[in-house]
Ligand binder design. Structure first.
Ligand SMILES: [Fe+2]
Length: 186
């Protein structure tokens, strides 16, 4: 189930939201877009990248028009992926990008933390959720110790998604996906 937990920078929990409007409105207030998309047809586990994109073509095209994205692809992560732990570790520290980081979760889940306006927003995204983190926003991403997700990514330029790390250890103060809260919810 999708969930947003809003914290003080100290790590103290302020509020938690599981309803779409609650998640959407909290994130909209800091300029982060959260949407929920429907597939136009059923996808099986072996769906190719093109089939996944076609199933969401209407939503993908609208987003490309709205934001000027030039390209789209699909990333699949699974626990046995040879780079699963390396990739997880890479994005666990606070960083920014020069362009939007947009992810639409076709299946599985991932935990985005966005650090904005003196608070930290932990958004657990699951199947059907789209999150768009604007350029320059400090954030980190946890795919969990046994990552499993399939996600559509949209890009403006190939280099726009390079991570620039802030060096702030703030991410260490917040629950990761193996924390009891998330294990119980799974
Ligand atoms: Fe990022």
């Amino acid at each position: 189930m999708s969930e947003l937990r809003v914290y003080q920078e100290s790590g103290q929990l302020i509020s938690a939201h599981t309803d779409f409007d609650g998640i959407h409105n909290q994130l909209a207030a800091i300029g982060v877009d959260f949407q929920r998309w429907e597939a136009s047809r059923v996808l099986d586990a072996q769906a190719t990248q093109d089939e996944v994109i076609e199933a969401y073509r209407g939503s993908v095209n609208k987003l490309m028009d709205d934001y000027g994205f030039q390209s789209v692809d699909v990333i699949s992560m699974y626990p046995e992926h040879p780079q699963a732990q390396a990739l997880r570790g890479k994005f666990l520290s606070e960083h920014t990008h020069d362009e939007f980081e947009v992810r639409f979760f076709v299946e599985g889940e991932g935990l985005f933390y966005i650090h904005a306006d003196g608070k930290v927003y932990g958004a657990l995204c699951t199947r059907g959720d789209l999150i768009s983190v604007p350029a320059g926003y400090t954030h980190w991403f946890d795919m969990g110790p046994a990552p499993r997700f399939k996600s559509i990514r949209l890009f403006i330029t190939p280099d726009g998604w390079v991570a620039k790390f802030t060096g702030d250890p703030i991410a260490d103060r917040f629950p990761r996906l193996e924390a009891p809260h998330y294990r119980q919810a799974a």
